[in-house]
Design a protein around this ligand. Structure first.
Ligand SMILES: Cc1ncc(C[n+]2csc(CCOP(=O)(O)OP(=O)(O)O)c2C)c(N)n1
Ligand SMILES: [Mg+2]
Length: 270
């Protein structure tokens, strides 16, 4: 039998998927089933499709995705815990022609960095904020986060989150949607092919909003942390769909442009 060359079988037109050129050839450190890897891939694809690799600057968080700069082939700046939106503000103001995005977990964004994200969104900075909400402090061993559901067991709430002891879960995305500086606020997920496509569209729209100077775009990705939740990836997805989506419903919360500054000037006119 004649030798068969694999290149004759796999012709260019048969290729249905190619890894984005923006994703570096590195093995990710994420646990199998983690939502961070898929979310990175979507950011990479959007940057590649928009042709903005040389113009994009990411701001890395503190948390499991602290090494995002090892996976995405764009310029990156590390920020201290919670401070990514403040760092991104400085970068965008100094380099207004660049595309600047932040990437943060729920502990990073909704706890220690609650002030930074609220004020960046309130100022209407022309940046993209990606918020991966896995309802837990994943990197440090699964402690309760502001977004942990009531009754959810974590390393620091072994009997389940209790409102009297631990407070209510925080819908920070709903708070952000109220702020006049935001133009686009949406909540998505990445556990199915359809959800992945929707999240990619949302990320694309957010980068286009930045190009069009519409204000701050904010994308929450409701996520799993199967290691922190102590279930396998399939069960984690099911748990997220059954519980997280009820409290954090998916969809757009706001889709417009930031408020017109002129509307705010009337109050001191007399
Ligand atoms: C000032 C400061 N406080 C605490 C820590 C420890 N720390 C590292 S990651 C992290 C939590 C990250 O959780 P989250 O932002 O939800 O990201 P995830 O790992 O879940 O993706 C904490 C508290 C730190 N690095 N710096
Ligand atoms: Mg988290």
């Amino acid at each position: 039998m004649a030798d068969i060359d694999i290149k004759d079988i796999i012709k260019e037109e048969n290729i249905v998927y190619k890894k984005s050129s923006i994703l570096l050839d590195k093995v990710m450190h994420y646990c199998p089933g983690c939502s961070h890897g898929v979310t990175h891939k979507l950011i990479a694809e959007v940057i590649e499709e928009m042709g903005i690799q040389d113009q994009t600057i990411g701001v890395s968080p503190v948390g499991c995705s602290v090494f995002a700069y090892n996976y995405l082939n764009v310029d990156f700046q590390e920020a201290a815990h919670g401070r990514a939106p403040a760092v991104a503000t400085a970068i965008k103001r100094l380099l207004p022609d660049k595309y600047v995005f932040t990437y943060q977990g729920d502990g990073d964004l909704a706890s220690i960095g609650a002030a930074e994200i609220l004020h960046a969104c309130n100022r209407g900075e022309h940046i993209v904020c990606i918020f991966v909400n896995n309802a837990i402090y994943g990197m440090t061993g699964g402690q309760m986060a502001p977004t942990t559901l009531v009754g959810m067991k974590t390393a620091t709430t072994p009997y389940g989150r209790d409102v009297d002891r631990n407070g209510y879960p925080m819908k920070i995305t709903e708070l952000i949607a109220q702020l006049p500086g935001t133009c686009y606020v949406t909540r998505q997920s990445v556990e199915t092919a359809a959800a992945v496509r929707k999240t990619k569209k949302a990320i694309r729209k957010a980068f286009e909003n930045q190009r069009d100077k519409k204000g701050t775009s904010f994308i929450e990705v409701v996520s799993t942390c199967n290691s922190g939740w102590k279930v396998d990836p399939v069960k984690a997805n099911k748990w997220m769909e059954d519980h997280m989506f009820k409290f954090y419903p998916l969809g757009d919360l706001k889709d417009s442009t930031r408020d017109n500054p002129a509307d705010y000037e009337q109050y001191i006119k007399d």
